[in-house]
Structure formats: structure tokens, C-alpha cells
Design a binder for this molecule. Structure first.
Ligand SMILES: Nc1nc2c(c(=O)[nH]1)N(C=O)[C@@H](CNc1ccc(C(=O)N[C@@H](CCC(=O)O)C(=O)O)cc1)CN2
Ligand SMILES: Nc1ncnc2c1ncn2[C@@H]1O[C@H](COP(=O)(O)OP(=O)(O)OP(=O)(O)O)[C@@H](O)[C@H]1O
Length: 173
């Protein structure tokens, strides 16, 4: 899946960002948690700038020690990024609670389940926050069924370059 993600063209990536921006702006959320890209991931940095220009706040996760939920810090276009755990980077801004969380993944299924990097960060974070979440990734990252565990929090909405997937059906056993 990490390799498949690399196959996306710049035009597809731009299309994904546009659809995601539209979906974000259709919601009343004012503090939007995005992500700063790791190698090979969709690059949301242009989206961070676009959201910030609308006057809404952009927050980015700080990778906490394994076993803790993420914390989110205020980002602005001028702010420096600091190196954090596992090659992630985060801003030094104030810690804030988002009212919408954008969620990255390696793979997803039509029921909204996702496979991440195995840290359990987003599952812990979404369990603790109870805020709406939007997954984002390429259509090619969809699989028939992601293996699930008791802590997996399914996403209701997933945006790909091909459109929006409303994944609110229960997953059959
Ligand atoms: N851009 C981006 N930021 C993000 C995430 C993400 O998926 N993408 N996260 C999504 O959760 C969190 C960071 N999650 C991570 C979870 C585990 C590992 C990790 O364990 N990396 C090891 C390799 C595996 C291992 O040794 O267990 C490493 O880099 O050595 C890295 C990041 C928060 N920030
Ligand atoms: N709310 C929670 N409380 C306790 N443990 C949890 C919670 N959420 C996840 N975990 C544990 O975290 C570990 C990793 O979870 P999982 O494999 O689902 O990670 P992931 O979703 O792929 O990673 P990430 O969210 O970091 O991208 C699992 O052992 C899981 O049981």
C-alpha cells in the first residue's frame, strides 16, 4: 500500500486535496486537525494553507509516547516545524482541541475501517475526543476488508481523488 500510494499523479493528489477542502468547508468546524506529511503520504501542506486562509484554525498532531492519544498544536503558515517522534514534525503552537480530525491511513475498506502505522494513535485519539473525522487517501488504497480489533474506530467519511465515500454501514461479522 505504501508503494501503491507513490503511484498517484500530482493531478490526482491535487484533486484529492480539492475534494477534501470542499468537504471540510461544508462543515461548521473551526479547528481542523490536519497532518504534516511523512515520506510517500498525501501532502496536505497546500490544504493547510488554504484552510488557514479561510480564517479557520489549522492544528497538527504532536506524536506523543506510544500508548497515549495525540495532542494537537496550533499551526500558522509562518510557524517553524520541530522534529518529533518517528520522523514526524509538529509546530510549537498552543495545544488545542480540534472539532474535526483528518485521518491518514495505509489502507481502508468501505465500512470505514483503516489500517495505519500500527501505533494506535488515531484510534486512541478519536476514542478520547468524540469529534467528527474524515479519512483521506487514494482510491487505490481501498481493500475489501481491513482486519479489525476491538479498539478500531471506523470513519464515517473517506475522501479519495475519485470522490467521497460515506462509510456508515456496519461491517458484517
Ligand atoms: N503524516 C502523518 N503524521 C502522523 C501520523 C501519520 O500516519 N501520518 N500518525 C498516525 O498514527 C501519527 C504518528 N504515527 C506513527 C506511528 C508509529 C510509527 C512507528 O512506529 N514507526 C516506526 C516503524 C514501526 C515500528 O518500529 O514499530 C519507525 O519509524 O521506526 C510512526 C508514526 C501522528 N502523526
Ligand atoms: N482506545 C484504545 N485504548 C487502548 N488501546 C488501544 C486503543 N486504540 C488502539 N489501541 C491499541 O493500539 C495498538 C495499535 O492499534 P492499530 O493496530 O489499530 O493501529 P493503527 O490504527 O494502524 O495506527 P495509527 O492510528 O497510529 O495510524 C493495538 O494494540 C490496539 O489495541
Amino acid at each position: 500500500m505504501a508503494e501503491c500510494r507513490l503511484a498517484l499523479s500530482p493531478a490526482d493528489e491535487e484533486r484529492l486535496r480539492l475534494l477534501l477542502l470542499k468537504e471540510i468547508l461544508a462543515q461548521p468546524a473551526q479547528r481542523i486537525a490536519a497532518v504534516w506529511p511523512l515520506a510517500g503520504e498525501v501532502d496536505l501542506r497546500p490544504l493547510c494553507h488554504a484552510v488557514s486562509e479561510t480564517g479557520r484554525q489549522v492544528l497538527l498532531p504532536e506524536t506523543t509516547p506510544k500508548g497515549s492519544p495525540l495532542v494537537f498544536r496550533r499551526w500558522t503558515p509562518a510557524c517553524p516545524m520541530i522534529a518529533g517522534r518517528f520522523g514526524t514534525s509538529h509546530p510549537e503552537g498552543e495545544i488545542e482541541v480540534p472539532d474535526l480530525v483528518l485521518v491518514p491511513f495505509l489502507a481502508f475498506d468501505r465500512f470505514g475501517y483503516r489500517l495505519g502505522y500500527g501505533g494506535g494513535y488515531y484510534d486512541r485519539t478519536l476514542a478520547a475526543l468524540d469529534v467528527p473525522a474524515i479519512g483521506f487517501g487514494f482510491a487505490g488504497q481501498q481493500v475489501d476488508s481491513v482486519p479489525t480489533g476491538p479498539y478500531d474506530v471506523p470513519l464515517k467519511t473517506i475522501v479519495t481523488e475519485r470522490g467521497i465515500i460515506r462509510a456508515d454501514l456496519p461491517k458484517p461479522l
